[in-house]
Design a protein around this ligand. Structure first.
Ligand SMILES: [Zn+2]
Length: 291
């Protein structure tokens, strides 16, 4: 298990904008990037007057073009520091804190936070979960406690699938009908898996699809039966909900998928936190974000 990057390590790696640009170049093009024009590899050096690199033949590349850093007035090092904060927190980074730590105005901080979240929430097309999976749904947002089984006003239903010792996958769903939930489960959980849920009727037919399924009856106060419980996914819900209510005034349904993706990202890399920052940087450098 790796350790998360410390602030000292961050400052050593990224002492200024130039160092950040160098890392962005490497993350985007690698060490031996081939020139489109002369087809030589690895003959790049930094131009002094602009954030760009030139090949020995005179061909230029601009590592920031096509990334959120391009056309941003915020210096690259502040972006990197914001990404650092997102990969070292447990509870998320509110815009207020970004504003304070980066000395930027609130609007800029808010925008940066959402940009970074978009990339945290990118779906990499991970393989389906397998092994022992806990499945549960929850309702997020709105002002009144909602009743299960119907979507209470302003609330968003989220389905969560947690592989014990492995990844979590969440999906925003329109309702908790059996057909709705089954569709996502069949798609994302390997057929030979064991599944633990609670007593909700919508989960009752999972064994018909080849799953070894058991439920615990929360309504009757039963929390564990043998190896079956849903503590992992419930731990994830409570971290998510505490963080949302503690650090964010309101999370709209529109933005919720990004918050879910952000928490999934950290959860799924929890055993290897040193990978979080480089992983996020690679996404910003190379991917198209989930708009
Ligand atoms: Zn060249």
């Amino acid at each position: 298990m790796s350790k998360p990057m410390t602030i000292i390590e961050f400052m050593k790696l990224f002492p200024d904008d130039d160092a950040c640009l160098e890392h962005l170049f490497k993350a985007r093009y690698g060490y031996d990037h081939e020139c489109d024009k002369c087809h030589e590899t690895g003959k790049w050096h930094r131009l002094s007057r602009m954030p760009a690199y030139t090949c020995q033949c005179g061909h230029h590349i601009h590592p920031m073009v096509g990334t959120p850093f391009h056309k941003s007035h915020t210096p690259l090092q502040k972006w990197f520091y914001a990404m650092y904060l997102f990969t070292t927190t447990r509870h998320g980074v509110p815009a207020k804190e970004l504003q304070r730590q980066l000395s930027v105005n609130y609007k800029t901080a808010w925008r940066m936070g959402h940009q970074i979240r978009k990339y945290l929430a990118l779906v990499d097309g991970d393989p389906p979960l397998s092994g022992h999976i806990e499945i549960d749904e929850t309702m997020i947002g709105g002002h009144r406690p909602g009743k299960r089984g119907r979507s209470a006003a302003g609330k968003t239903v989220v389905l969560g699938m947690a592989q014990r010792g492995g990844d979590i996958i969440t999906r925003i769903v329109p309702d908790v009908k059996r057909t709705t939930l089954e569709r996502h489960i069949i798609y994302k959980v390997d057929r030979n898996s064991t599944i633990s849920t609670d007593e909700l009727n919508s989960y009752k037919r999972l064994s018909m699809y080849g799953y070894r399924h058991e439920s615990v009856n929360h309504v009757q106060g039963e929390w564990v039966r043998g190896e079956h419980h849903t503590n992992t996914i419930e731990g994830f819900w409570s971290l998510l909900k505490r963080s949302i209510s503690g650090t964010h005034v309101h999370v709209s349904a529109r933005h919720l998928s990004k918050y879910l993706g952000e928490f999934e990202f950290r959860w799924n890399l929890r055993h290897d936190p040193a990978r979080m920052f480089p992983h996020l940087l690679r996404r910003l450098a190379t991917s198209q974000s989930r708009a």
